[in-house]
Write a protein that binds this ligand. Structure first.
Ligand code: LER
Ligand code: MN
Length: 268
């Protein structure tokens, strides 16, 4: 397991992101604290000079392990299941552009909010569209991995639990699609976080951590000791990426506290 910190480009549209607007500062701070990678949430990859980011990543010896796509949904309403085919196609092109950049960095592409909501349609109808969209993305890309992130009910009504994600993975049937579990969402939706992680098993490709209140791990009531015991048990060896609010004490302190707590748990 390796520790990563979620950072963002300047056009971030939601708050649970570190260092809005200053990728470089974010990367330098992550490196200084000891993180082994960063994760970047970006609305539109065409707004960023990726060669420059690659240079920074090489200079700092700090890989980029994942790309978040949800801002394209929040700021522009793009979704992979949108009822309007034109918007859906725009969303597919956008995620394709995330995938291109992810390929350049060997990172995974996150399918969180970008999958959309049911919008009063039946689960089956939305599922079918989603599966078609994912299969299309797999067809037009090579190598790059996609991770489906179950989100809590207040953010979407489509895929809230690890079980639901696993069922869809069975239908998509590709090694290039796995699960991103996020302790903040799991605390709301899962019956038992550790049991769900065990169920995800080898399909767990990426992991987000924040405490129950989305503060840094250790400042809410999630049992991270138990979670890390389970991660070791299932031999999870991917990234553990901190995605918390800048609390307590601002982003630098939150990032530092998170690192200390998680590093202790990983090495104990
Ligand atoms: C993104 O990883 C996430 O967890 C969402 O809550 C963002 O809306
Ligand atoms: Mn998350």
């Amino acid at each position: 397991m390796k520790l990563s910190l979620v950072i963002s480009t300047s056009d971030a549209a939601f708050d649970a992101l570190a260092f809005k607007g200053d990728l470089k500062k974010g990367m330098e701070l992550a490196r200084k604290i000891g993180y082994q990678a960063v994760e970047i949430a970006v609305r539109d990859p065409s707004t960023v000079d990726w060669n420059e980011v690659r240079n920074m990543s090489e200079e700092l010896e700090l890989p980029i392990c994942a790309f978040g796509t949800g801002q394209a949904y929040l700021a522009e309403g793009l979704s992979l299941t949108h009822p309007d085919e034109k918007i859906r196609k725009k969303a597919l092109r956008r995620v394709e552009s995330h995938a291109k950049v992810a390929t350049m960095f060997g990172a995974v592409v996150i399918i969180g909010l970008i999958r959309g909501r049911r919008e009063r349609r039946s689960r089956q109808e939305v599922e079918d569209i989603f599966i078609d969209s994912m299969k299309y993305l797999l067809k037009i890309t090579t190598d790059v991995k996609f991770v489906i992130e179950p989100l809590n009910r207040y953010e979407t009504d489509f895929i809230n639990t690890v079980d639901e994600a696993l069922q869809l993975l069975g239908k998509i049937n590709s090694e290039r699609v796995g699960i991103l579990a996020d302790t903040f969402h799991m605390n709301i939706e899962e019956v038992d976080i550790s049991e769900s992680l065990k169920k995800a098993g080898e399909k767990l490709y990426h992991f987000h951590v924040a405490d129950s209140n989305r503060w840094a791990p250790g400042f809410g009531h999630i049992d991270f000791e138990g979670i890390f015991r389970t991660l070791k048990e299932i031999r999870y060896n991917g990234y553990v990426s901190v995605e918390c609010l800048p609390l307590p004490g601002g982003m630098e302190k939150a990032a530092q506290f998170s690192y200390e707590k998680l590093n202790r748990l990983m090495s104990s």
